[in-house]
Structure formats: C-alpha cells, structure tokens
Write a protein that binds this ligand. Structure first.
Ligand SMILES: [Zn+2]
Length: 320
C-alpha cells in the first residue's frame, strides 16, 4: 500500500482570515476525507509526520531568515494577508507556521518512504517559492530542497530530480538547488505569471496560457522522459500543483480535471516504470475544486500502483 502522509495539523485556520487569500487552508483535510469516502484508505492507514525541527530547517535556510518569521509583519508579506501583521507572533507561529512545519516534515518523510517502498505521497508541501534566505508567494519553508538535502547528506541518494508542474515557476527551489551539482529541476510553468524575472533552471519549459490539454500532456511527457534520461536520478520529487486548472483564479491555463489526473498518472508511470523512487507533494491550487483535482490524481495513482510499490529487482538472474 502506497504510504500517504497526513497530519490534522496541516490545516490552516486563523479566525477566517485565511479566506482573505484564495488559498484553501482546509484543502488537506478535504483530500484526506475524499480518499476515505472513496474507500481507498482507512483513518489508520495515513502516516503522521513529525514537524520539521530548527536544525533541519537550517540545513537550507539562514538563521536570520528563520528568525525573521517570528515577526508577524514578515509573515503577512509572504502570505499576502496584511491583517496577519496585527496578530501576535506566538499566534501566527502556532496557527500558520507550525502547520507548514508539519507539512515540511511530511515532505521529508515522503521522500524517505519513497526510497523504502518506491512511491509515497504527502498531502501537503510543495512550497516552491521559498529560498534559503527568503519566503514569498505563500511559501515559507523550502520543503523540497530540505528533504533532498537531508537524504543526500545521509548518503541515501546520489542525484535528485525535482519535477515541478505547478503553473508558477518554482523559483525558490531553483535558486536553492543551483549550487548543488547533484540536484536538478524540470519545471513546466505558465510563462506570463509571477515570478518575474524567472530564475535560471536546469530544464525550464515555459508554456503559453492557451496551450491545449493534449499539447500540455505531450510537452510534459517528452520533457520528463528527456530529463530522467539526462539526470538518471535516484529519487524524483514531484511537485503536483493543481493550479493549471481552467478555473484557477491565479492562472490562465485551461486544463480540465481529466487532463490533470492524466498528468499525475503519467508522471507516476514514467518514474516508476524506470524503477526510480517517487515522492509526490501537492503545491499550489486556488480553485474551489483544487482538493478534488488532487484527490482524483491520487486515486488514479493508487488504482495503478497500490499493490506494486516495491522496487523492481536491479537485475534478474538469466534463466538456464
Ligand atoms: Zn502555483
């Protein structure tokens, strides 16, 4: 059974202030509940992560940046919710930052479990605009680089490939991993969106807002195969944003729910058919149906891979 990582603390609620941002702070619970309602998981099946600790955060982030998050004004700027600046720092830490530390712990755990069992999914994470010394675009902690760096330092992975299919460019990941020769990013993003200017990347694939579903899937298909062949990673971390969806208020792409389900299944299939461990995290998505898109993609992946997550043998003895 594919490990699915979730903690009730992932969900963010701040007296309704979270509704001032299009982000759905309860998205994680909705996905969790949908997977149970669809009969795919029982409550006891979900794996609960520990929150990430300061030492692990400092593997990537500067102490000055981490300290700055204690000021509500800094956090209000990153999350683009000005009213947060009026709340005491202990409160924003408890209700906003702590959930993100649980989610970051979840991304690290998903990567560890992917190496053990082939495929693991964190029902949060993917803060791809956060870099070592800054947060922006609703992203405070660079969970993907933190996870990659932890496993690389432990000698559990050689090369890591991040596949970022959120509609926005993963500028924080790109800036963070650029000095790391062992880490690469393939990033398919809508070219006319934030961030500007774009960050240099290993495999950037800018796309136009009016790309069709079939063209998008073909683009991802070819780019992913090329990047995997070039990098030959020991781990792929998939940032599966749901914001290329046609009804997403922050993007202009026109993909359907089915397109995004096909995309998630295609990525999982590409990576797993090559015997490469895959950790999936969720990233952005601001439509009311964002949770459903993630649930659909995960359901498709579970349907194909739930009973076959273990890694294939490296070499089979030849038959006599
Ligand atoms: Zn996005």
């Amino acid at each position: 059974m594919i490990p699915i990582i979730y903690h009730p603390r992932y969900n963010i609620t701040v007296f309704g202030m979270e509704r001032l941002h299009p982000f759905d702070g309860r998205k994680y619970r909705r996905i969790h509940d949908a997977l149970m309602a669809r009969g795919l998981r029982e409550p006891s099946d979900f794996v609960r992560p520990k929150p990430i600790g300061r030492a692990e955060l400092e593997r990537v982030h500067t102490p000055d940046y981490l300290d700055s998050l204690r000021r509500s004004g800094v956090l209000a700027e990153i999350l683009n919710v000005r009213l947060l600046a009026r709340l005491p720092a202990w409160f924003t830490d408890w209700r906003v930052l702590a959930p993100m530390r649980y989610a970051t712990g979840g991304t690290v755990l998903a990567c560890r479990m992917a190496l053990d069992s082939g495929l693991a999914i964190n029902l949060a994470g993917g803060y791809h605009h956060a870099a070592s010394d800054r947060g922006e675009g609703f992203c405070t902690y660079a969970d993907i680089p933190i996870a990659a760096a932890a496993l690389q330092a432990e000698g559990r992975v050689g090369r890591v490939l991040v596949v970022d299919l959120d509609a926005h460019q993963g500028n924080g990941i790109a800036a963070t991993i650029r000095p790391w020769p062992w880490a690469s990013i393939l990033d398919v993003y809508e070219d006319d969106l934030y961030p500007n200017p774009k960050e240099p990347e290993d495999y950037p694939i800018p796309i136009a807002w009016d790309i069709t579903g079939p063209e998008y899937l073909e683009t991802v298909d070819v780019a992913l195969a090329n990047a995997i062949d070039a990098v030959r990673p020991d781990l792929v971390i998939y940032n599966a944003g749901s914001d290329p969806y046609v009804e997403d208020p922050l993007t202009n792409l026109g993909l359907s729910r089915n397109d995004l389900t096909d995309r998630d299944l295609m990525v999982a299939t590409h990576v797993r058919e090559r015997g490469i461990p895959l950790a999936m995290v969720l990233s952005g998505g601001y439509a009311r149906e964002s949770w459903r898109i993630h649930a659909d993609g995960i359901e498709a992946i579970l349907a194909r891979f739930d009973r076959a997550t273990s890694l294939p043998a490296v070499s089979e003895p030849s038959s006599p």
